[in-house]
Design a protein around this ligand. Sequence first.
Ligand code: PMP
Length: 296
Amino acid sequence: MQYYNQNTKIFLNGEFVHANSAGIDLFGQSLHYGYGAFEGLRAYSTHNGTRIFKAEAHFDRLRKSCESIGLPYKWDNRTLIEKCYELLEINNLRAAYIRPLVFSGSNMHLTSSEDANLMLAAWEWGPYLGQHLLRVNISSYERPNPKSFHIDAKISGQYINSILASTDAIRKGFDEALLLDQDGYVAQASSENLFIEKDYKIYTSPLDNIFPGITRQTVIGICKELGFDIIEKKLTIQDVYTADSAFLSGTAAEIIGIKQVDHIIYKEEWEHSIGATIQRKYKNLVLEQENYEVII
Ligand code: PMP
């Protein structure tokens, strides 16, 4: 996949520059140690024009991520959101994935950086895991331990864990991996949150050992709005195996159904699941078609 061409511009430290001429310092902690923070937002082409979904929440989280690792953060949400819209316009993008990245300056020490750079880039990207129902496995890789990492922050180095788990899943013929937490509960997927449906109720892991997905929060809101029971509880492997259906949520993947976990194939047709209704409602929400009827 090509993320940029010779015309692509990115926003880097206050100005728009060509992506292929933006230099990077090879002596920075972000490259060597994964000491950086990032976000992933989506812009949708709606009947109100191009609209970035929940931009404030994403930039709030970026600030918190940086603060959690002591990476200086000197930008405000309003400016960054304005720059995102400008970035889309400059690159002729109406619907796109937007990637903000905060990375350190020159420093090889294992102590917090005193300066930081900010980049915004955007590219066209379909749903990250495609549109087909997923086959997932329970990974042998666990999620990082909350006592050794700020797991509620989107820190670059942490994603090695995601790369290991999803690469291993794909090598074994699956599409994505579910990871256990340090207590053996099913926490989430490598870069999405997990929901299961059982007896017309929706369950998802509580926040303690998972990444606090903005889409997860949106799904919880949708459930409440549509009158579905939504319960936050620790999920055992057995809970996941014996569910009626399940789905993943994330900005990049959006809402995507799961048809199989390890050797277990869910019996309920995805189209008849609560997840499918939530998926339709989510689509309407991001496209600002809020007055459209959702068929339950
Ligand atoms: N878990 C992890 C580890 C993530 O990186 C992400 C974001 N890609 C998610 C869950 C989903 O978060 P959000 O809904 O905010 O995109």
